[in-house]
Design a protein around this ligand. Sequence first.
Ligand SMILES: NC(=O)c1ccc[n+]([C@@H]2O[C@H](COP(=O)([O-])OP(=O)(O)OC[C@H]3O[C@@H](n4cnc5c(N)ncnc54)[C@H](OP(=O)(O)O)[C@@H]3O)[C@@H](O)[C@H]2O)c1
Length: 250
Amino acid sequence: MTLQGKTALVTGGGRGIGKSIAHRLAEAGAHVVIASRKMENLEETAKEFSKLPGKTIPIACHVGRKEQLEYLIQQVEDTLGPVDILVNNSATNIGQGPALEVSDEALLKTAEVNVLAALRLIRLTVPKMIQRGGGSIINIASIAGLRPQPQGLVYSFTKAGLIMMTRVWAIEFGPHNVRVNAICPGLIETDFSEYFWKNPQHVERLQQTQPIPRVGKPDEIGGIALYLASDDSSFVTGQTFIIDGGATAR
Ligand SMILES: NC(=O)c1ccc[n+]([C@@H]2O[C@H](COP(=O)([O-])OP(=O)(O)OC[C@H]3O[C@@H](n4cnc5c(N)ncnc54)[C@H](OP(=O)(O)O)[C@@H]3O)[C@@H](O)[C@H]2O)c1
């Protein structure tokens, strides 16, 4: 129960990697708000987690909308108090395709959900973390932000941006005991990445090159997030944790 008494917010916490993170945090005693667009999905997850020590509270929110983020934080604070642990996990990957076909709209929309939402949530939560003497922010980036992903210009750009913003935030907030770290998953079996893991050729290539030759599971990401949320990582900030079966080790 290392997170007893803590309030956590996990965007996209209703399924996939976010769900695995929310599970580990609630299991450790934190009260967790899971927020994304589809309420049925969030409610189902909250119901599934109802026996865990920490409460799980679903709140609908499109993270690309500034006023919805403001309303979200207001609701979290009114229900559970200020956020101690913020997990910026929601993302979109619209605009996949050849670089020359990337539209202005695809870049701006993707950046709004994948990067600007994190910036806005940090602006809405960090001042209170500083007042209260600390906090932990975990940004879910991707190995696509560390090495170029062909046909994925916009997605790679946003994830690389998130990794660099993590380091800048860590430097600025470190003296206030607000730690900021990034997690870069490799290919994990979720709805988001089915284009890749349902493609036999892609999986075959992965099996030939990745040291742990399989697609990862969402539950293989929750543990590192729990570590980063807890005081076990009290001397860790500004870092990027790669969980990719060794894909980038070569
Ligand atoms: N799966 C992989 O292979 C992989 C690899 C590297 C990084 N990642 C990263 O891991 C994170 C989680 O993805 P996942 O793989 O777990 O995919 P997922 O299961 O499809 O989850 C994506 C989550 O984001 C939410 N979301 C999407 N657009 C949103 C919006 N506009 N506003 C609020 N929430 C929104 C979705 O909920 P709603 O639909 O209800 O809004 C969903 O809960 C993402 O940041 C992704 O970039 C995934």
